[in-house]
Design a protein around this ligand. Sequence first.
Ligand SMILES: N[C@@H](CCC(=O)N[C@@H](CS)C(=O)NCC(=O)O)C(=O)O
Length: 223
Amino acid sequence: MTVIHVQGRRNSMNVQKVMWALGELALGYRREDVGGSFGYPDDYPARNPNRVVPTLQDGELVMWDSNACVRYLARTYGHGGLWPEETRTLAHADQWMDWQATSAGPAFMRVFINQIRRSSEQADQAQMAAGLKGCARCYELLDDHLSKQPYVAGDEFSMGDIPIGTMSYRYLALEIERPALAHVDAWYQRLAERAAYQHHVMIPFGRNPEEWQAAEDENARLQ
Ligand SMILES: N[C@@H](CCC(=O)N[C@@H](CS)C(=O)NCC(=O)O)C(=O)O
């Protein structure tokens, strides 16, 4: 049986994308706590010169960058499911993955870092305000898109939902200003019914650096 090795702490959003994909595909896996307060093994830079988590190993293949890892898993193990067979649907799944990485993700990180990872004294309010504005713009666009179809690439759940779905658990859980997002909320409810999403993504992350660290400790060793 295939056992995929993932290096990365359980409370990393980028690790969660890969774990969720593994869960959807019902693949065997072993996750190792790496990054954050767990630090990095000495051979990590040789495996991942980008020196962030996650790193995925499947047999001889070692690779990194979360959305690329999700694509690899979907293409290798999820034809007709996570990996849509129809080329236009596949193109849209791909598009929304890149959009998460290059548009929605950077805006969200400005919010998340200042709201959770920094103390209120350290928070950069200008960066936070810019992040909130960027997120509102991105989520209004997503809401409009999801008013026309149940999942980002069409009628079925696909790999396209994974990066933005992972981020959305946090965006919707934060105590921040958000526009009204009826269609995003309905899509999120659909994701929240999925066992792999519940297990790998819907993980409480606290409200401040102390609670964040406590949650990181609580999740150590959990698979
Ligand atoms: N583009 C990379 C970004 C990875 C990244 O920034 N990972 C964060 C965690 S979400 C990280 O490793 N932070 C440092 C650490 O945890 O030690 C990916 O998508 O995999």
